[in-house]
Design a protein around this ligand. Structure first.
Ligand code: ZN
Length: 161
């Protein structure tokens, strides 16, 4: 599921809104600040983001990055790869176009952490994981460690996307 390209959402239905509410709940249970539908077994182009300067969590349907700039390297983790953290280089800001939970077109600019959340979660919709963005040596080291030791049991999950 995590390696598949997720399908476009064709209609905002009550069922989709229920999915969004469940995803927001899961995101907060997991202390995540973003969650993409494929992470909860739903292969749709849908993500939720939270903890955005006191704003309500929100859903982005069929999000597309339409502009980006800058470059910043920071530590990142993923709720789907528990306990693994690594430095990932990403754009410093991105503009995202999407549909919101009411079916309206929205355009948002994210800087810093929010830009990172957008890029990480939209990668999930394309079947890309953050470890794919690492240099091959670091990636192989992490993969070997997971193979040998599995995922840590009590991984600290703060800052996972
Ligand atoms: Zn993730």
């Amino acid at each position: 599921m995590l390696r598949r390209r997720a399908a476009e959402v064709t209609e905002v239905t009550p069922e989709l809104r229920r999915m969004i509410a469940d995803m927001i709940e899961t995101m907060y249970d997991e202390v995540g600040i973003g969650l993409a539908a494929p992470q909860v077994g739903i292969s749709l182009r849908l993500l939720v983001v939270g903890h955005e300067e006191g704003r309500e969590p929100r859903a982005l349907i069929n999000p597309v990055i339409v502009a980006r700039g800058g470059e910043v390297t920071a530590e990142e983790g993923c709720l789907s790869i528990p306990g693994i953290f690594a430095h990932v280089t990403r754009s410093e800001w991105v503009d995202v176009e999407a549909t919101d939970a009411d079916g309206h077109a929205v355009k948002m600019r994210g800087h810093g952490l929010l830009a990172r959340v957008f890029q990480h979660e939209i990668d999930h919709l394309d079947g890309v994981l953050f470890i794919d963005r690492l240099d091959p040596v670091t990636r192989d080291r992490i993969k070997r460690r997971i193979k040998k030791e599995g995922f840590p049991e009590d991984a600290h999950r703060a800052f996972a996307l």
